[in-house]
Design a protein around this ligand. Structure first.
Ligand code: HEM
Length: 495
């Protein structure tokens, strides 16, 4: 409760008489241990930082609304899509992956694209990227991949050698590397990029039929990107361009918007496609599985407090609602575990009870106590602290939201995820879509990113690009000013 005269207090509410001078024995000191006000102030400052996210540390976000514009109830019973015109509040967060909390915004990197929909059946989180694919397809490789993006233990510098060493030994990364090094690698600001759920998720409808689904969010502002040269100038002037652009646009009432689409695959088609539809390094051809329009996202409210609303936002692919489920995608399976674990470490046991994460729907669970428990007693029913129970009005399971059975089969084993996969056709197709100028920038971006990388690694990687499209490898070799012959283990430097 605020004092009417805005009187300054300690965190326990005791009035403070002097906020300028510490308590000392005589004017020259020393200080007295009983100066609890000074101690409180210093102690709070020491605790102002929480661990930054291990990836996606630098971010920007805002609140907004999702509006359904088309009926997809034939595919899903999720109430968030139940009728055209329905609106659901959400909080968004966009991010770069590799840089730390203080990294410059306009760096070449994949961008995170996170949406938390506060639906009437709890929170539904889409924790995606601005790309439809990813660098690896087996989560066992994710921490290794991230290590190559972070600092070298000895030099404490980012290491192009580590990045290309890993990528050249992981051809499944070619598709994502091609997007990263293309024009789309440095969007001008979050509103000028698309978002993708990337993984295959599932929908199920009121009849219990399952469909596989991919989520797409297409920018209505159009795509805008920086070249490397432009980004260097921008970063020289401001490291905070995304925050300035996104916050500034919303303050001015220029609300960024995205159109949401889904690609839907009938359950049994997954056994027929020539590619594994649960492989995160692949897209589903739009010709076979066209985009179906669903609704519109609008961001229309800036956070009042960046720390509480955006830094403490905790997104997790495990936050799903009835009508939306997972798929066999191994990467998704690992992420379903990893995020809540990260939040318990970064924010604490009761992170879901923080205002930005708290569902706006009815909440009833039997979790107890722990550090920083600040929500009320057992949701109004203090006798119901165990289950099953005979307590009247106590929270009960609801079989009506049960997911239909997911068909799975196979022997438990560590299957080689590189066996029998075509890592070259889709990135090659993407390369062939680029015009000459786009290809030229792609070649130069890759050549620039390979500066200082040993020849054997460069050659190994060029052989992969060659298998995507011979012109791809040749263009990069020309930009590097090296001779390259496919399948050779070494390249020779011109005299
Ligand atoms: C953040 C793990 C793959 C998108 C994070 C965080 C972890 C993590 C631990 C930090 C969470 C936090 O402290 O708040 C993993 C693992 C992956 C994986 C283990 C693979 C096995 C992916 C993929 C995507 C993605 C494939 C996109 C398709 C994001 C985004 C964030 C994030 C957008 C930031 C969320 C936010 O805005 O707070 N990831 N990740 N990650 N990840 Fe992943």
């Amino acid at each position: 409760m605020n004092q009417p005269n805005s009187r300054l207090t300690t965190s326990a509410g005791n009035p403070i008489a002097d906020n300028q001078n510490s308590l000392s024995a005589g004017p020259r000191g020393p200080l007295l241990l009983q100066d609890y006000q000074l101690i409180e102030k210093l102690a709070h400052q020491n605790r102002e930082r929480i661990p930054e996210r291990v990836v996606h540390a630098k971010g920007w976000g805002a609140f907004g609304t999702f509006t359904v514009t088309h009926d997809i109830s034939q595919y899903t019973c999720a109430k968030v899509f139940s009728e055209v015109g329905k609106k659901t509040e959400l909080v968004s967060r966009f991010s770069t992956v590799a840089g730390e909390l203080g990294a410059a915004d306009a760096e070449r990197d994949v961008r995170g694209f996170s949406l938390k929909f506060y639906t009437e059946e709890g929170n539904w989180d889409v924790v995606g990227n601005n790309t439809p694919v990813f660098f690896v397809r087996d989560p066992y490789k994710f921490p290794d991949f991230i290590h190559t993006q972070k600092r070298h233990p000895r030099t404490n510098l980012r290491s192009p050698k580590a990045m290309w060493d890993f990528w050249s030994l992981s051809p499944e990364s070619l598709h994502q590397v091609t997007i990263l090094m293309s024009d789309r690698g440095i969007p001008v600001a979050p509103m000028y990029m698309n978002g993708y759920g990337s993984h295959t998720y599932s929908f199920w409808n009121a009849q219990g039929e399952r469909f596989w689904v991919k989520f797409h969010f297409k920018t209505q502002q159009g795509h805008r990107h920086y070249t490397n040269e432009e980004a260097e100038k921008v970063i020289g002037q401001s490291r905070e361009t995304y925050q300035e652009e996104l916050f500034g646009a919303i303050e001015k009432g220029e609300f960024p918007k995205w159109t949401m689409y889904v690609q839907v695959m009938p359950e049994l088609d997954a056994e027929k496609t020539s590619y594994n539809p649960f492989d995160l390094t692949k897209v589903w051809p739009h010709g076979e599985y066209p985009l179906i329009e669903v609704g519109e996202i609008e961001l229309n409210k800036n956070a009042d407090n960046y720390f509480t609303d955006i830094e403490m936002a905790a997104y997790s692919p495990s936050n799903v609602v009835p009508g939306i489920g997972f798929s066999p995608d191994k990467m998704l399976q690992a992420r379903v575990f990893s995020y809540a674990d990260a939040h318990r470490y970064r924010l604490g046991t009761h992170y879901e009870a923080l205002p930005v994460n708290r569902p706006k729907s009815t909440l009833n669970h039997y979790h107890k106590d722990g550090a920083m428990r600040f929500f009320t007693n057992d949701f109004g029913n203090p006798d119901a602290y165990y289950e099953p129970n005979t307590v009247e009005g106590a929270a009960r399971e609801d079989a009506s939201v049960k997911e239909p059975p997911l068909k799975i089969s196979g022997d438990a084993d560590r299957y080689d995820h590189r066996d029998g996969n075509d890592d070259y056709t889709q990135p090659g197709n993407l390369y062939r879509l680029f015009n000459d100028e786009q290809r030229d920038r792609l070649h130069r971006n890759i050549a620039g990113a390979m500066q200082g990388v040993p020849f054997e690694i460069v050659t190994r990687q060029l052989n992969h690009f060659h298998k995507c499209d011979p012109a791809y490898a040749a263009g990069i070799a020309a930009a590097l000013e090296i001779e390259f012959s496919p399948e050779e283990e070494t390249a020779s430097c011109p005299a």
